[in-house]
Unconditional design. Structure first.
Length: 159
């Protein structure tokens, strides 16, 4: 997306990555062959599980976005970062927004009883890890040096 000097230069913006995987999974389930996740689990039970996953995922994304705004830095990966956010969920994970997006994706899979969405989550997470997170980490280290290295040493990448 950029040369990597002013932004991280990720290969795809994470929301688009997850939306693309969801779209492919929904199309595959409808037009190729439906693959169910659950057999005897009732529709109502699935919807409760899905609602919990989606609610937690959305709550994580919203909380993290608010923390970015309060810190005066940008949420989109295509914009420069001006601060390291290390409060809230960022005390436990360096990537809680991506954990939240993964929870939303899982919630949609459970709600739709769609194994394609689970299958496509694996390559989505690989692209996220190597095409987004690795580039972001290199950028943050260049930009913030020891400040980021110290944060990285204290906080796990995921959960």
């Amino acid at each position: 997306m950029t040369d990597g000097t002013t932004t991280s230069g990720v290969i795809v913006r994470p929301p688009y990555l997850f939306l693309g995987a969801m779209a492919l999974g929904l199309v595959a389930d409808r037009w190729i062959v439906p693959l169910d996740i659950f057999g005897a689990v009732s529709w109502a039970a699935r919807q409760w599980m899905a609602a919990a996953l989606v609610f937690c995922g959305v709550a994580a994304v919203v909380d993290c976005a608010r923390r970015f705004r309060r810190a005066g830095t940008s949420v989109p990966t295509s914009s420069p970062t001006s601060a390291i956010v290390s409060s809230g969920l960022y005390r436990y994970s360096r990537n809680p927004i991506y954990v939240g997006l993964t929870m939303i994706h899982l919630g949609v899979a459970v709600s739709d009883n769609n194994a394609w969405l689970l299958i496509l989550l694996a390559p989505t997470l690989l692209i996220l890890r190597y095409g987004v997170v690795a580039r972001e980490e290199a950028y943050l280290e260049r930009r913030f040096g020891d400040g980021y290295r110290g944060y990285r040493a204290r906080v796990r990448r995921w959960i």
